[in-house]
Design a protein around this ligand. Sequence first.
Ligand SMILES: NC(=O)c1ccc[n+]([C@@H]2O[C@H](COP(=O)([O-])OP(=O)(O)OC[C@H]3O[C@@H](n4cnc5c(N)ncnc54)[C@H](OP(=O)(O)O)[C@@H]3O)[C@@H](O)[C@H]2O)c1
Length: 326
Amino acid sequence: MAKKIQLAVVGLGGITRTFINACRSALADEVSIIGAYSSSFERAKLFSEEFNFPYYGLYEDVLTNKQIDAVYVGNNSADHYKTAKLYLSHKIPVLLEKPLTLKYEEAVDLVRIAQENQVLFMEAMKFTFYDGFNDLLKRLENQQYGPIKYLDSLFYTNKSGNRETRHWKKELGGGSLYDLGCYQLAYYVKLYQEPDNIVVNSFEVINEVEVRIDYTLFKNGVPARLSTSFLGSPTGAHYQQFNIHTDDYYINSDNFSQGKSFKVYDHQGRLTYETTPINKPDMAYEIKHFCDLLRTKQIQSNINTFSFSLSIIKIIDRILREIKLL
Ligand SMILES: NC(=O)c1ccc[n+]([C@@H]2O[C@H](COP(=O)([O-])OP(=O)(O)OC[C@H]3O[C@@H](n4cnc5c(N)ncnc54)[C@H](OP(=O)(O)O)[C@@H]3O)[C@@H](O)[C@H]2O)c1
């Protein structure tokens, strides 16, 4: 059996819990988590009592543990750049949560550091690894449903109940594009790489944080109208749709951020195809891929490539500059 990859987790919040659970339930033969690192010693202690591994109250403590093969960084988005930079510049491979960084130039810098240090660096965007997603992408690329006429997608959640969370705070990297828009843009970038033009239709800002935005991306005249919001939806607290329209087909998912259940309907409304569901915890696929890249000494994923991740943050950066939030 291949040697287990020894990982450290950095930033001990909700998504890191999901990450640890995925490792433990689906990748126990593949991965060991050998340390939990937080900006707060108390939080590290509490968290590690729950999961039972060594804990540390400084991100820098990773640098002195030579047993660590790589780190998973799941801290606040505003801290992604400096945290990933710390590890990559010490040649420690990094799996970094989305959004990669808050600014395009920071993401470019991380890629440069990874390349100069010949060290693995990948964004933790999970659904790009699912068979269903890749099968649908292939069908679209092969023009099985004809050319795309337009795309539209809404991703609304109601985060108004507690405005003390990271979503609302500029200093923590809040904003609906960073939090929700990343997922829509991941699809967009896989289909089109980058738009020729961007038009912002409307947006709302609270305390310097963009909490709702509606914009259209154009590529060769094909529009993609995308909206995100923290302010809820007319139909309830949480609502998401991703729709792809061709002359003869309508392709839809109401759970696209999880990369699940895309359905293809013909012009008479008959269901003609449905993507296969995943059968492991959703983060397990990206973690397995990351471990394989480590074992084969790659510095870049062939799925979540540098170019893929850079394009996503480049589009976000362009939009936020347009509305004067960057
Ligand atoms: N890929 C995905 O599906 C997915 C899903 C959700 C989130 N994310 C991304 O993951 C990152 C973290 O999101 P999250 O939902 O895990 O956020 P979160 O629960 O608010 O945690 C964010 C960070 O805040 C610190 N923290 C945790 N509890 C805290 C508390 N009680 N008081 C103060 N600080 C606390 C932790 O860092 P320290 O321990 O170092 O202080 C933690 O890493 C974001 O960049 C987000 O975009 C990705």
